[in-house]
Structure formats: structure tokens, C-alpha cells
Design a binder for this molecule. Sequence first.
Ligand code: AMP
Length: 607
Amino acid sequence: MNPFINLGIRHDIVNAITELGFENPTPIQEQSIPVLLTGSNDFVGLAQTGTGKTAAFGLPLLELLDFEENFPQALVLCPTRELCLQITNDIKNYSKKMSNVHVVAVYGGASISDQLRQIKRGVQIVVATPGRMLDIINRNAIDFSRVKYVVLDEADEMLNMGFQEDIDNILSTTPDEKKTWLFSATMPAEVRRIAKKYMTDPYELTMGTKNTGNANIEHEYYVVRARDKYAAFKRIVDFNPDIFGIVFCRTKIETQDIAEALIKDGYNADSLHGDLSQQQRDKVMKRYRERSLQLLIATDVAARGIDVNDVTHVINYSLPDEIENYTHRSGRTARAGKTGVSISIINAKELGKIRQIERVIGKKFAKVDIPTGFDVCEKQLFSIVHKIHNVQVNEQQIEQYLPRIMEEFKDMSKEDFIKRFASIEFNIFLDYYKNAPDLNAPVEEGRRFERDGDRSSYPRSGGKSEYTRLFINLGSVDEFNRGDLLGYICNQSKISGRSVGKIDVKGVYSFFEVPHADVDKVTAGFNGAEFKGRPVRIEIAGEGVSERRDGGYQRREGGYRGDRTGGERRDGFRNNRGGAERDGSGGGFRDFSGKRREEHGERRRRF
Ligand code: AMP
């Protein structure tokens, strides 16, 4: 018997989900379904995407609503169009053996009249992004006065995207007695605040420790010199011939540039960012889902809600501005119980940020060396061997050519033949990686960049040179302004207000400057401090978030411009693309044509 029955899910739903391959509940389903089925709790679930949370709330909704009635009884709010469609589709799948279940997806960028028509026909479950939902409410086109359940999915993302006010307005049209179920991958102060605002005594469920990423994700970092970043990135990709990855960049321009450079270098890559039209984005996503693309280069915003299974690697080409975003990025891999790797390519100055992320996700990163040229060649060779071994032979098509092929090879031993066959691609790599330099940058962790290291060399934000800039995890959302924060710092650390330099109050964190000589006193003063039950964290600001934001981001630091070659390669790649796409496996090196070899010849010249 399917264990979902024991959780209290009825047969027709269990039959439908069994067909979807749900044989056992995921941990979040196991723990939340019995609670949510009571229908009497507000609920906060701290869980990543990919953990099965859609069914965790979707199945209880299907149990609790009255489908003989055709008015909105449940509202699911989520941050993106992609997620909205995904949830709608999932709920429709779970309920495909039930009758009269009407679910409507309400999202921007699509015809509103279709959505209005569906609502008018009668729906019980509305899955919506906040902007379009509010638009429909403002047209008086929906009545939420009998809504019993509101789900806030990926609440942290919705707040990141500035939907707080829209959510307030939408929820004000729902009855006070409704139950609210909130799901979030991370629990920053803003989410804590909305949980408090909309819920009474919610049942809280944390999968893993707070803010912890999925346990199936391995976190790795590589340290390179800025100028070697692109070359190192390519080497990592070449070292993973079966990679199916999402590469995160910080800006649209960087995203576009990296994608273009990769395409020119013969990889199956494309970019996803906010400057693309919805149609263009859909097209890129379709190709990625179908695995015609092997690498999707994306900004944080554009990649929100991407739900593609089997992503093997997330690559942080640039670390995210906000640490919370690291969790979102890495959560794109290791979905549905699979494993995955989240790679960060950093320069030595960013080590402090890796340590900060480690603290937030509660997991250690492994420092990995950039593979040598030889390592890559070896890895590719065995990948080729594996592919040759497992290739599907089209007996019918090849048969007619076999006599001629046999004739060609008649004077060759099996060993010779295999050697030659495998060498076709292997030689390309040997050529390309001949004399490849070591791309690992020296790291002097603990001396320059660790918190308790040599502070005087720590990068600073500008301002008075005798000051050290400190980070504190409190900000305007905790209702601090500069004056309040100054008072709080002085009170806590027993230093004079006059000695505090510039104070920058941000949303969930702030920065302030204190004389170098006072740093220890301030850190000691905050040791063990709590603010409204939450530990207060003080750190020396590295070249993190706001430094880049304030100081402006310098693109092309990876130096890939120099790696590029002209249009010739692009043409070559295009000519080969059809085959590559059909193949749908392996790296940018799978083509055996002469044209391709030319490309690799160019590669070689770049070293
Ligand atoms: P979600 O976190 O809801 O986006 O789910 C991630 C993926 O896991 C989706 O592809 C689901 O179809 C799949 N999934 C969810 N629950 C189960 C389950 N109990 N067994 C197998 N797959 C599941």
C-alpha cells in the first residue's frame, strides 16, 4: 500500500500521485501533511524548493476543500510565473482522478481576459503571482470572502521581489478566520515579520537547520586569479563532461557576455535574464528543459522559480550579493532526492564571504583545485570511452555501410581500432590542454582575510582610514534608524558615540565604522547578544555585498575577452549545432567533424 494512505490521503489522489511516481512521502510531506490535514493550524514550513513542498500543501488542500462548490476557497501566492504554472500543473495532476476540481493560474505577462474567463466559470483554487492577482482584485473580478486557506509559497522570494505591499493588499480581501500556510527556503527577518503579522501561533516545521541548504548538495569553491576566471570556469566544465548546469552571474551584462563567450567557444549555452522578452525566456527554458542546452547562464532574478530536475551543477560564476541568494541558487540542484554540486569560483579576497555562507547554511565548503589539463584529458577520454560503449546503434541505418567500413578497417587489430577511435576526441583535448597553466591562485587564508587575521589589510569601504567597517545583522526591518543603531551599538559595546564613524542602515543588515582599536571591544560587547530572541552577528565587512553595490561592479574581471575568437568559430559551432542538439548529451566536444577540430585548433592557440 502506498504510504500516503497512512498520512490520510484518499485513494483517488493516491492513485494519481502513484502514477506520478510518488511512492514514498518526502520528509516534508511526511511531517506537514498530517498537520495541515487538520485544517486548524497556521503553518510555517522552512523548506527548499525541490523537497516536495508543492504536494506537502497541495494534497491537504485537495482533501480539505469542498469541490461541490465553485467559489475560491484556497489562494496560493508565489513569486514567479514559472512557479505559478508549475504549482497549478502539479495540483491538476494530483487531482486528475477527482471530479469538478478547478484550479486557475493567475500571472502577469499573459492574457488577463483568459484568466478572468476561467475565474468567472468557477474555481476553487487560485494560484497567483501577487501583481496580477491584485490587478484582478482591483477589477472586482474575484471574491475572496470565503477563502479558507492561503498559501504563501517561497515567501522569502516574494519579499525579495518587493511584493510585501501587494501581499498585504491581497490578504486584506480574505477573511480573518482563514488559515495561512507559509513556505520559505530561508528565514530572514522580513519573513519572520510577515509570519508574525499574518499568523497566530503557527505550527513551525524546519527541514534541517534554519537556512540550511539541501543535505544532498556538496558545496565546493575554487580560488583563481580574476584574470583566469573564465578559463578556470571552462576547465571545470570540461572536467565534468556530463554537466547539466545553471551558471549564476551577478548582472545581465555579465550573463550575456559569458553566454556569448561560451557559445563562441563551442558550448551548448544560452542566457536567461531580465532583458529578454517572456517569449525569449520561454524559448531558452524550453531548450534547457529538453537538454538542448547544457549550460544555462542566468541572473538571480531570472532564475527564480526554475524547476528543472536533474541539474547536476550550480556554478556561482560570481558570488551573489545577498547570502540568502546562495541558498536559492544552490537549491536549483539536488532536487527530488538527487545529489548535486554547488561550485563557487572566487578570488582570494572573497574567502571571507565563503566563510559567511558556511555559517548561514551550516555546512562546510570543500576547497577544490582547478583540474590540470591532464586531469581534464583523462576525464574526457573515459567519458568518450563510456559513450562509445553505451551508444545506441541504429542497426538499420548503419547496416548498408558496414561492408565498406569493414573493408577500411580490415588490416587493423581490435586494439588499434579502439585506440584510434577514442583518440579522435582525446587528441583534441591533448592539443588544447598541452602546456595548460596551473590556474589555482595562492591562498593565504587566515592571514589576510580571516576575521581574526591581519585586520589592517582588510579591504575597507572608504571613509576615514583609521576606521574598520563592521557588518551587523540588524537593519531597518528591525526598526532601526541610524540614531537607534548608534545608541544600540554604544550601549552594547560601551564605546563612545563620538568614536563611531559612518553608519549605513540597510534592510536586514547594516554597516558601521569604528576605530581599528575599538573593533575587539565592539565584537566582545556583542558576544552572545540577542535582539528579540535572535543572535546578533557582528563581522568585519569584507569585499562583500554592499562594497560591490556601492562601489560599482567591474565587469569582465574574468578576462574572458582575451579568450574569445572571431566569428569563424561561431559559424563552425552553428554548423555543428543540429547534431549536438539531437545528441543531447555530453559537452561541447562531442562532434567528430573536421569543422569541429578546427574549432579546437583555435582553442589550442589561446593557451
Ligand atoms: P517541489 O519541491 O514541490 O518543487 O518538488 C520537487 C520535485 O519532486 C517535483 O518534480 C515533484 O514532482 C517531485 N516529488 C515531490 N514529491 C515526491 C514524492 N513523494 N516522490 C517522488 N517525487 C516527488
